[in-house]
Design a protein around this ligand. Structure first.
Ligand SMILES: [Zn+2]
Length: 306
C-alpha cells in the first residue's frame, strides 16, 4: 500500500529547545520530519509562523487532513495558547488562531504528554488497553491518561500533571514549579542532580557530579553511592503508586531520556510500588521519542478521542 492511500496530517511538537514538524499517516507512520530551534528571540508570533512555514515546506502539494500541535504545558486549550511556558521566554504564545489563518487547515492543540498517550494507544505499545497512563521521565516528568476511549484533558488541558504529585516530605528543596516534595523535583533529569546533592549532604558524602546520567552511572558502579539508587527507586515507587491508585490503569507506558537510557530504574521502582491495586503492565515506549508528534496527528484523525 503506498503512502498516498492513507490520509495524512501535519503535526508539530514544540519544545523549549527544538520544534519538530512532521507529516504523519493515519496508521501512525511518520513520512517526513524536520527539526529546527524553537524561535525565542523575536516575538511569540514567530513560533506558529515557523511551524506554518515548515509544514508548507514539507507538505508541498500533499493534501492534509489538518494540523495537530503538541507542546509542553501549561497551556489553555480553550484559548488555543501556551500560557506562561517555563521553557519559552514569552508570557503567552497564541497557537491555534495564527496557524489556522496561515494554513487554512483545522488545528487541534494539546499538551505533549496528552498527545503522546493517544499516540501510544493508536500506534504504539498501548494498543488494545482500556485505561493507559503515559509517563515521560526526561528533563521533567509528565503524564497523559487515556480511559474508555478518550484522553483525560481536564479544565484547561492540564489533567495528568503527575510530575507534581507529592512523593516526599523529608527534603525541602524546591521542585521546578517552586513547591517542594514533588516527583519531578527528585527524579527528572533536572531534579536528580538536586536530589543527589541533598542526599550526599544528608549522608556526609562528597558530591562532585552535576549531570543526571553521570550520577546514575556513579550510583551503579560505586558501592559508596549505591544507596542513592535505592532512595531514587523509593521516590519513583511512590510516584508510580500514586499513578496506579489515581487512574487504575491496565497499562503504563514509560518514555523519556532518563528512563529509556536507564531501564533498570523501572524494575527498581517496582520493588517499592504499592500493591494496594494489582500492578498494571508496565513497559517502555517503542516509538523512539515520537509519541507526542504521532499523537498530535492522531488527534486530527480521531478528534472524538482527545
Ligand atoms: Zn512541582
Amino acid at each position: 500500500m503506498t503512502e498516498r492511500q492513507y490520509r495524512i496530517a501535519g503535526a508539530a511538537d514544540i519544545g523549549g529547545t527544538n520544534t519538530r514538524v512532521g507529516l504523519v499517516q493515519e496508521d501512525g507512520k511518520i513520512i517526513r520530519m524536520l527539526r529546527f530551534p524553537t524561535p525565542v528571540t523575536g516575538t511569540a508570533g514567530d513560533i506558529p509562523l515557523s511551524i506554518a512555514r515548515a509544514i508548507h515546506d514539507i507538505a508541498g502539494d500533499i493534501p492534509l487532513a489538518g494540523l495537530g500541535i503538541a507542546a509542553a504545558g501549561p497551556l489553555d486549550i480553550r484559548a488555543g495558547i501556551l500560557d506562561h511556558p517555563p521553557n519559552i521566554p514569552f508570557d503567552t504564545v497564541p497557537i491555534v488562531v495564527p496557524l489556522m489563518e496561515e494554513t487554512h487547515l483545522p488545528v487541534i492543540f494539546r499538551n505533549d504528554c496528552r498527545a503522546a498517550v493517544l499516540g501510544e494507544v493508536c500506534a504504539g505499545g498501548a494498543s488494545g488497553y482500556d485505561t493507559v497512563v503515559y509517563i515521560t521521565i526526561s528533563t521533567g516528568i509528565g503524564g497523559g491518561v487515556f480511559t474508555h476511549g478518550r484522553v483525560l484533558t481536564g479544565r484547561g488541558g492540564n489533567a495528568g500533571e503527575i510530575g507534581h504529585f507529592p512523593v516526599d516530605s523529608t527534603y525541602t528543596f524546591p521542585c521546578t514549579c517552586g513547591l517542594s516534595g514533588h516527583w519531578e523535583g527528585f527524579a527528572s533529569g533536572r531534579g536528580i542532580p538536586v536530589f543527589f546533592k541533598e542526599w550526599c549532604i544528608a549522608h556526609n558524602l562528597p558530591c562532585t557530579m552535576t549531570i543526571a546520567s553521570d550520577i546514575l552511572q556513579l550510583s551503579i558502579t560505586d558501592p559508596v553511592y549505591s544507596g542513592f539508587l535505592d532512595a531514587l527507586a523509593q521516590i519513583n515507587g511512590r510516584g508510580l503508586s500514586a499513578v496506579i491508585v489515581a487512574y487504575d490503569p491496565d497499562c503504563i507506558i514509560l518514555d523519556g531520556t532518563v528512563i529509556q537510557s536507564h531501564p533498570d530504574l523501572l524494575d527498581q521502582a517496582l520493588l517499592y510500588t504499592d500493591r494496594y491495586l494489582d500492578l498494571p503492565d508496565c513497559k517502555l515506549s517503542l516509538l523512539h521519542g515520537d509519541a507526542p508528534l504521532i499523537g498530535a496527528a492522531m488527534a486530527v484523525f480521531h478528534p472524538e478521542m482527545i
